[in-house]
Design a protein around this ligand. Sequence first.
Ligand SMILES: [Fe+2]
Ligand SMILES: [Fe+2]
Length: 194
Amino acid sequence: MQKYRFYREHKYVSHELNDLERKIAKCDFRLQTEVEKLHQQFANLKAMLESHAEHENVGIHELLRKKGSRLHEQCESEHKKQTQELSNILSKFESMGPLEDEKQRIEHGHELYLLYRTFIADMLRHLNDEETQIMPELQRLCSEEEMRSVDAKHYAVMSEEEVHHMLDVLSPHMNPSDYEFFMDDIRRSRGDDS
Ligand SMILES: [Fe+2]
Ligand SMILES: [Fe+2]
């Protein structure tokens, strides 16, 4: 039986961050249609990251607050910083639209690339800190049942379609033991074989 461990979805988060970094790196910024595609992908990523951080603040960190630990405070202030940085990157995408001069567009695109690359460098460090600092603190202070209750609340009220959609999104980024753990967690929470 594996130790209860949150953050397995970070493998998916890391994939999404890196996939967009590769695309921005290769983008022909002279073409607004190319920029628009990445702008849309970034907007989707931004929404996913904000909801991920919210789930951590409200669900996971609540366990630590109840135990009197303050280890999550640094993480929460990083979440605030990330929200600001995501807005800055979004503004950089938006301000590309009206630019007509090719040299200006290329220069602006390079600034956008560097801004995004710095952002994901910090994000990858943040994901690592959650797994190497927050997770051991949770395992030290909380029972498995307390930890299991965080995601169980969500799994219990999801429709079959929502569960399958979530599995379709996450499973390509998991190894077999992550997948086995994840399926077991969902089944226990729902009391069925979804
Ligand atoms: Fe986080
Ligand atoms: Fe996270």
